[in-house]
Each structure stands twice: as structure tokens, then as C-alpha cells.
Design a protein around this ligand. Sequence first.
Ligand code: PL3
Ligand code: FE2
Ligand code: FE2
Length: 231
Amino acid sequence: MPQLEASVDIDFQSDVYKQAYSRINAIVIEGEEQAYENYLQLTAMLPDHEETLTKLAKMENRHKKGFEACGRNLNVTPDLEFARQFFAQLHHNFQNAAAQGKLVTCLLIQALIIECFAIAAYNIYIPVADPFARKITEGVVKDEYLHLNFGEEWLKANFEASREELEEANRQNLPLVWQMLNQVEADARVLGMEKEALVEDFMIAYGEALSNIGFSTRDIMRMSAYGLRAA
Ligand code: PL3
Ligand code: FE2
Ligand code: FE2
């Protein structure tokens, strides 16, 4: 298990580690902040689920605080400007969809794509994290499964009506994930995380989600590799 052994060799106080951490930590903080805002925004489109969505949003706010503490613990200042750029396009697509009342697209972006990205990243990070961040991340990742589950359940219950919009939203947004992974590849490796492992875990989580919603294996193969070759 190279991922587990790697943690022994990592110098969490080295300049190269802290440099990489300033960007990855910022990405996670910004991602949690946007997730918080996105779930609050979703309450307007899903008033029946207002209470649940507000709970999910509050979890995201706690996650953000947890990851801010991880940065402070290592004496790292997060590069938030970098992180805003990192999320700019996905953020734009969510806002655009929300402005058009495209609930299905918003759910695909936040509850499926972003949550699966987070689940993959956090699970890969846990064995190579410093002890403080490991504890925090273990708590966070449990919540992310609840967020993913919310999206899955709603989309499953509305599968036939959502199907076409899901396919279109997948086509537009999944290629962004591969681009984002390319952008963090070098920094993630410094933290002991391999891009191949991130891609694999993302594919598994996303494929399972699509399956739970009602897509066939054939659909999933087609959809989940969308844009991967160009990346
Ligand atoms: C929503 O709950 C969370 C949104 C956060 C998205 C995170 C994406 C992380 C990609 C960067 C890979 C390294 C992660 C390291 C973990 C501290
Ligand atoms: Fe979160
Ligand atoms: Fe989440």
C-alpha cells in the first residue's frame, strides 16, 4: 500500500509541502464555501426540502472551518485567489443554470460532480495527511456521502423527467473535472496523492451515483468518460 507508507516520509513543514498545501488547502476551503452557497441557493428551487438543504449547507460551513484550521495548524496561508480561479468555470456554470431555473443541472454540478470530486480527494488524502488534518478530513468525508445521497435520491425519484438534462449537464461539466485534476496534479503529488488514484476513485463514486439514479452500465461508461481523452 504505497499510499499508506508515503505518509511516513512526508515532511509537513518543508517549503515545498507548504507551497503545495497553500493551493490545495485554498481549493478545499473555496470548494466548501461554494458548496455552502450552492445548497442555500438550492432551497429556493426546492422549497419542500428547505430544512434538509439548510442542514447540508451548514455542514459545508463547518467543513470550511475545519480545513481553515488544517492550514493554520501547518502555518500555511491559503492562496484563495488561485482557488477562485480554479472553480471559476464550474461556479459560472452553476450560477448560469440557477439563473435559468435548471434545478437538475445545479444538482448534477453540486451534489454529484463536486461531491464525488470531494469524496475521491478526501479519501485519497486521509492516509497521507498530517494527524490533525486526517481527523478533520475523516469527519468531513462522512458528511459528503450524505450530500451525494441527497442528489441521488432526488434525481432517482425524478429520473425520467431529468434524464435528458442530466446528460447535457454531464457533457458540459464533466470535462471541467478532468481539467481541474490536471491543474492540481503536481501539487497533489507533493501531498502524496496520485492523479491516477484520484481519477479512479472519482470514476467509481460518480459511476455508482449514476447507477443509483437509474442509468444503465452502457450509459455510465459513455457519460463518465466524457471529455477524459481531451484532458
Ligand atoms: C463539497 O462538500 C466539497 C467541495 C470541495 C471540492 C474539493 C476538490 C478537491 C480537489 C483537490 C485534490 C486535493 C484534495 C486534498 C484534500 C485536503
Ligand atoms: Fe463539504
Ligand atoms: Fe458536501
